[in-house]
Design a protein around this ligand. Structure first.
Ligand SMILES: *Cc1c(COP(=O)(O)O)cnc(C)c1O
Length: 420
């Protein structure tokens, strides 16, 4: 059970806010590095291991560069994400390109970067061949369908749009080989924000057994299995984080009992974790700018769901603390809300919190993944910037806040002048 902490004092925030007015995101570089090291150490028990950080979780090239320095690769799903990985110096097979209804131009970009292409459907083999050519190394994404239980965010695998069926995957590898591929990998991603260790071990077991079946039935010997992402983080203080060592050791047991006897003891393990890599080490810092008392008590922030959508989108819980009031008694019950014209623009509903005054810094925890990344401009909202707390205690800006000029950048205003 974890106590939620924030690495900057109220005084430091006041100082920072003079240069970078709230709201902003803050990421803790030292904590991100320490976590990446811990992950790699835990998984070093496999003959080979690679983590491809899911770029969609925190698509900032400064963060990607930090992770690359620690030895992590990238998992991309769009042209822009490939460009971000490239910017951070992540290239070649350190990049996994997980396709899904992907246009030809993006397959071509992935090929150009030398990324491992992870196919989402059997029909995409021909599509890839036609538009970008079949690479030497090909990965296929498996959807276990009714073999695997459901998960809250992704739902039941048999209702999910992703991946090949079991029959298709056996046929797919044969097809790829016939078309000239010589190296193969198997992928699955069947959960999101799942904190149950057994769920992830079960995914490992299904994939390991399938790797054996693929070898037996098609003669294709896989180079690696990619277990995808989906490892959750304890958004609530009383939840337990998944321990990297426990996860790696649990998977190793299955590896030793399923793969090794089948002669697949050299199989590499890959993952594409996003949320557990950066999620706990990012915070959205806002100021309380209004208090409102009607049928409920409200705290109005200078940020809104355009900056952090998870609570509105999934009813997700994010822990909230108030700078300088970390130990104050929780005497109030508030809805903590933003300024968007949608009633679900609430960071917290009926939350017990200390008394909040206008001007207080309100810290929204565990926002380092799928936070700023999911931001949008609905209602003309401008997304906030991102700051990085360096290991030496200094703070730098790694993305500025949007301006109204950014919002209008896609409009041709001069054409408007002559438009009648
Ligand atoms: C979103 C996603 C991930 C990362 O998921 P997390 O829950 O952030 O770990 C990995 N792989 C694929 C294909 C994804 O779509």
């Amino acid at each position: 059970m974890g106590v939620k902490s924030f690495p900057l004092t109220k005084m430091r925030l006041e100082e920072l806010a003079k240069q970078y007015p709230a709201p902003f995101y803050v990421y803790d570089e030292a904590a991100i590095r320490a976590n990446a090291k811990k992950l790699l150490k835990a998984f070093s028990i496999f003959p080979s291991y690679r983590e491809h950080f899911a770029v969609k979780a925190l698509p900032n090239p400064f963060i990607l560069k930090i992770l690359a320095e620690e030895g992590l690769g990238a998992d991309c799903s769009s042209y822009s994400e490939l460009a971000l990985a490239d910017m951070a110096g992540i290239k070649g097979e350190a990049v996994m390109f997980t396709a899904n209804q992907t246009p030809a131009s993006e397959y071509q970009a992935a090929r150009k970067l030398g990324a491992v292409i992870n196919l989402d459907d059997i029909t995409h083999i021909e599509y890839l061949e036609k538009h970008a050519g079949i690479p030497e190394l090909c990965s296929c994404r498996y959807n276990p369908g009714p073999l695997k239980g459901g998960n809250l965010i992704i739902g039941k695998p048999e209702e999910a749009k992703y991946g090949f069926t079991r029959e298709q995957i056996l046929e797919g590898f044969g097809l790829l080989r016939a078309k000239g591929a010589g190296r193969f990998a198997l992928h699955a991603m069947v959960a999101s924000n799942e904190l149950n260790l057994d769920y992830h071990l079960e995914t490992g077991r299904i994939l390991f057994e399938l790797a054996v079946e693929i070898q037996d039935k098609t003669g294709v010997s896989l180079e690696f299995v990619n277990l995808g992402g989906g490892v959750g983080i304890p958004y609530k203080g009383e939840q337990e984080a998944i321990d990297w060592d426990e996860l790696a050791q649990g998977l190793k047991k299955l590896y030793d009992s399923i793969l090794v006897p089948a002669g697949l003891g050299g199989l590499g393990i890959h993952t594409e974790y996003g949320r557990p890599i950066t999620g706990p080490y990012g915070w959205l810092v806002s100021r309380a700018i209004h208090t409102k008392s009607i049928y409920r008590e409200y705290i109005g922030l200078d940020s809104c769901m355009a900056d952090l959508m998870r609570p509105a989108l999934y009813g997700a819980y994010h822990h909230i603390t108030v700078a300088g009031k970390e130990n104050a008694p929780l005497t109030e019950t508030y809805d903590v809300v933003g300024s968007l014209c949608e009633n679900n623009d609430k960071f917290a509903v009926q939350r017990r919190l200390p008394k909040i005054d206008v001007g207080d810094f309100v810290i929204i925890h565990d926002s380092g993944a799928h936070g700023r990344a999911m931001g949008f401009n609905y209602n003309g909202k401008l997304r906030c910037g991102e700051l990085l707390l360096r290991p030496d205690g200094s703070v730098i800006q790694i993305r500025r806040a949007e301006t109204v000029e950014d919002y209008f950048a896609t409009l041709d205003i001069t054409a408007l002048d002559t438009f009648k």
